[in-house]
Design a protein around this ligand. Structure first.
Ligand SMILES: *Cc1c(COP(=O)(O)O)cnc(C)c1O
Length: 465
């Protein structure tokens, strides 16, 4: 499998070439040259366990690892010691739908599914190349802790993570800031997530700086993360659709469009997915797009802070990959669309074109989240987190009883306990090991929301200031 850029400035790259980088050199996103078909392999995967399915899918996208090496990485990642859910990724029936539990990893959010794999793939590749890397990332709350947990103890990797100061839940902040490891640095930026993400993009666009500091990325634009996420869409069909030989619908709580984009790739590979339901919170640029055909990015100051903060995003950074596909992989047009986007210059497509993609969408508000969390608790005795609730609410508008609906559980309620308590009066239980996490000493530096501030910090870390 070879990889290209959505903007045309990269061709013939291997998985190893693209694994350690976020953006392609031309500012576009890395994407496979074409999507392999999984159709003929699906039958053979019915009944396989999660690591076996993961191996089968990853094998189609990674050429330069041997079967034995890839299997070792996959088996070490997707095991009970890392993911405590039954069968790694449990899929359970709740009322009129299915819930796929992606949050039983070390940081209690779905980001672990990809990040734990990435940490191990990084180790493998850096050892092979005898290199070191500094992972520069931005988080709205869950990516940061997942990346840091995945990189702890990896001597070839250091992490510099930008987070929006004061915008995460106390639990999320404690998950990151209580880490006390020489290779993990937390920068608390006085701004919102989009500003953190813009700083990371700006530094990544500076080729000289990037090379001087061996900068790599684990943000949701990293292809390795998308790849790891494709696996559980295959898994969802194997668990829910295979026996009845039916298509499935999947609802995905969406922020950066990374998770649901993986669903799109799975569908393009031939996994029988009929609809992908994009669920937004109040920051619903993507719902607007899928219902009207108009993609109007919002200004950073128009991002609404909600109780599903991992979806509080103005510009969905993975969206460019989907538009590239929608434009029949016309890199020139993709480049012009994405270099010219602003709140005053929307990108518009014919809604008929979108109708053929299988994407539908919806928005969930604070009132919807609260009512959904309370309702699911009353009806099924089950606590769900705020993001999962956004998905659940939007899924309810799209359930079609001939086709099973799979909702993705993207985090555990313990991460967002104030909101869960507000909705139900119940404090969600914490898994073992997380008691009193907010009271542990914290390690972070507060910085202004400027590229210069982050640049200076990295130079100081590397002794080049
Ligand atoms: C990151 C995150 C999302 C959004 O995922 P994207 O891949 O950015 O669309 C949704 N829910 C939770 C809990 C998250 O951590």
């Amino acid at each position: 499998m070879k990889y290209v850029s959505t903007r045309g400035g990269l061709a013939g790259a291997s998985f190893a070439n693209v694994l350690l980088d976020g953006l392609a050199p031309d500012g576009g996103l890395v994407i496979p040259e074409s999507y392999p078909s999984i159709e003929s392999a699906l039958g053979g995967l019915v009944g396989a366990d999660y690591p076996e399915v993961a191996f089968g899918v990853l094998r189609m996208f990674i050429d330069e690892m041997s079967d034995a090496d890839l299997r070792a990485v996959v088996n070490d990642t997707y095991r009970p010691g890392i993911f405590t859910g039954e069968g790694v990724i449990p899929v359970e029936r709740i009322g009129d739908r299915w819930l796929m539990g992606l949050s039983s990893g070390p940081t209690l959010a779905f980001k672990d599914v990809a990040m734990q794999l990435l940490g191990r793939l990084f180790d493998f590749e850096l050892t092979r190349q005898d290199r070191q890397i500094m992972v520069l990332g931005a988080t709205s709350g869950d990516t940061g802790s997942a990346a840091e947990q995945a990189m702890i103890g990896r001597s070839r990797v250091s992490v510099v993570m930008l987070s929006p100061y004061g915008k995460m839940t106390p639990f999320q902040a404690a998950q990151m800031y209580s880490i006390d490891e020489a290779n993990i640095v937390n920068l608390a930026v006085e701004g919102v997530f989009d500003e953190c993400q813009d700083i990371v993009k700006a530094l990544n666009a500076d080729a000289q700086f990037k090379a001087a500091h061996n900068i790599g990325a684990v943000n949701s634009i990293n292809w390795g993360r998308v790849l790891a996420q494709i696996v559980y869409y295959v898994w969802a069909w194997l668990r829910v659709g295979a026996k009845a030989d039916t298509e499935i619908d999947v609802t995905v709580p969406t922020g950066n469009f990374g998770n649901v984009f993986a669903g799109w790739v799975a569908k393009k590979m031939g996994v029988p997915i009929r609809r992908l339901v994009v669920a937004c919170n109040e920051n619903n640029v993507l719902d607007e797009f899928f219902t009207t055909g108009r993609y109007v990015v919002r200004a950073t100051e128009d991002v609404v802070t909600t109780s599903s903060p991992s979806m509080d995003i103005a510009k969905a950074s993975n969206f460019e990959r989907f538009i590239f596909d929608l434009l029949d992989r016309d890199a020139e047009t993709t480049a012009s669309v994405f270099s010219g986007l602003s709140p005053d210059a929307p990108y518009v497509v014919d809604p008929d074109v979108l109708a053929g993609t299988g994407f539908v969408s919806g928005t969930s508000t604070e009132a919807d989240r609260m009512a959904t969390i309370a309702g699911v608790y009353t009806d099924h005795g089950r606590l769900i987190d705020t993001h999962t609730a956004d998905g659940w609410h939007v899924a309810s508008q799209h359930i079609d009883h001939g086709v099973p609906m799979v909702c993705l559980e993207t985090a555990l309620p313990a991460k967002f306990s104030a909101a869960i308590e507000r909705a139900t009066g119940v404090v969600p239980p914490r898994p073992p090991g997380f008691e009193g996490i907010e009271d542990r000493p914290q390690h972070f530096t507060v910085i202004p929301p400027t590229t210069g501030a982050v640049r200076s910090h990295i130079e100081a870390l590397n002794g080049t200031a």
